[in-house]
Write a protein that binds this ligand. Structure first.
Ligand code: C5P
Length: 298
C-alpha cells in the first residue's frame, strides 16, 4: 500500500470504499440527489502509477491490467489528468498504469478512487496546488472523488461533495475493522440505481439520517447498528440474488449490507468462522464469477 513519488514517477494505492450508512434524502434541482453518508476506505484496492511520458509522446496514455476497464479518454484517470492540465498546462504528457482489482459498477468507488489517485499523483508532480483546489477538480469529475482525497472515514453530504471529518474516536472505532467484500458477477451502474430510487421515491428523512450519523459519531451506535442503505430495496428488486445472499449472511448472525448503489456488498465478520460462512454462501449463490475478498477498514 506504500505510496512513492519523485518528480519523474509516482505510485499510489487507490482503495475501495464502503458506505456504512447511506441515506438518500431527496432529488435536487440540478438533477443530483442529496445524501447523508458515512464512508470508510478499505485496505483492498487498485494501484495507479504514473511517469512522465517519453519525449515523443504528445498525449496522456493509460494501460490497465486486471479487471477489464475501458482505457480510452472516458476513463476517469485520463479525465482527471485532462482536468488537472486545464489549470496547469505545464504538466508534461503522462503514462499511467492501473492495476485494477476493484470490480466495476460495484458501489465500491473504484473509478472515483482512481481519479482521486491520479489527482494526488499529479499534485505531487506539480506542487503548489491547494487541497481545496484539488477537491473542486475532484468534485467536477464525480460525486465520490473528494472523499478519496481524504485518508480517513468521513461524513458525506450534499451530492457527495461536502465532507466533514468524523471525530477521531469514531475513526478509531472503524480503523482496522475486518470487512468482507463480495458481490455478484452483475454490475449496477450508479445513474441506473438513482433512477430506480427516484421512480420509487423512497427517500430517507434528513432529520432521521442526521440523528443516526450523530449517534454514531458520539459513540451511541456501533458500526453494526449504523448499517443502512437507501438503495438496498430497489437494487435487490433488480438483482434478487443480492437479497437472498444478504438474508443468508444475516441469518448466520453476521451484519451485512450492500455498498453504495451496489452491486457489491460487505459483511462485518467477528472471526474466521464468519469469513468461511460468508465465503460459502457467496460461492453457492454466484459460483466462480462471484467477487469475494476479506479486507479491513483503513
Ligand atoms: O457524480 P457521479 O458521476 O458519480 O454521478 C453519476 C450519476 O449518478 C449522476 O449523473 C446522477 O444521475 C446520479 N447521482 C445522483 N445524486 C448523487 C450522485 C449521483 O443523482 N448524489
Amino acid at each position: 500500500m506504500e505510496n512513492t513519488a519523485s518528480p519523474a514517477r509516482g505510485s499510489r494505492f487507490s482503495p475501495a470504499k464502503i458506505n456504512l450508512f447511506l441515506a438518500v434524502t431527496g432529488l435536487r434541482p440540478d438533477g443530483f440527489h442529496n445524501l447523508v453518508s458515512i464512508v470508510a476506505q478499505c485496505a483492498f484496492g487498485d494501484r495507479l502509477t504514473r511517469r512522465d511520458a517519453d519525449g515523443g509522446a504528445a498525449e496522456d496514455s493509460l494501460e490497465v491490467t486486471g479487471t477489464d476497464v475501458p482505457e480510452g479518454a472516458g476513463n476517469l484517470v485520463l479525465r482527471a489528468a485532462a482536468a488537472f492540465r486545464r489549470a496547469e498546462p505545464k504538466l508534461p504528457p503522462q503514462r499511467f498504469k492501473l492495476e485494477k482489482r476493484i470490480p466495476l459498477g460495484a458501489g465500491l468507488g473504484g473509478g472515483s478512487g482512481n481519479a482521486a489517485a491520479a489527482l494526488s499523483l499529479l499534485a505531487e508532480r506539480m506542487p503548489g496546488m491547494s487541497a481545496t483546489w484539488l477537491g473542486g477538480i475532484g468534485a467536477g469529475l464525480g460525486s465520490d472523488v473528494p472523499l478519496f482525497l481524504q485518508d480517513h472515514a468521513v461524513i458525506m453530504r450534499g451530492r457527495g461533495d461536502r465532507l466533514e471529518d468524523l471525530p477521531e474516536s469514531a475513526c478509531d472505532r472503524l480503523s482496522g475493522l475486518p470487512v468482507l467484500l463480495f458481490g455478484p458477477p452483475a454490475a449496477m451502474e450508479t445513474p441506473r440505481a438513482y433512477a430506480l430510487l427516484r421512480a420509487r421515491g423512497t427517500y430517507a428523512a434528513p432529520q432521521w439520517a442526521e440523528e443516526r450519523v450523530a449517534a454514531f459519531a458520539e459513540g451511541r451506535l456501533s458500526p453494526e447498528e449504523l448499517l443502512f442503505n437507501s438503495f438496498a430495496e430497489v437494487v435487490e428488486d433488480r438483482l434478487p440474488t443480492i437479497a437472498v445472499v444478504l438474508r443468508s449472511v444475516r441469518e448466520a448472525g453476521i451484519p451485512a449490507l450492500m455498498s453504495g448503489s451496489g452491486s457489491a456488498c460487505f459483511a462485518l465478520p467477528r472471526d474466521d468462522a464468519d469469513t468461511e460462512t460468508v465465503r460459502g454462501i457467496v460461492a453457492e449463490a454466484w459460483g466462480a464469477g462471484a467477487f469475494f475478498t476479506p479486507t479491513f477498514l483503513l
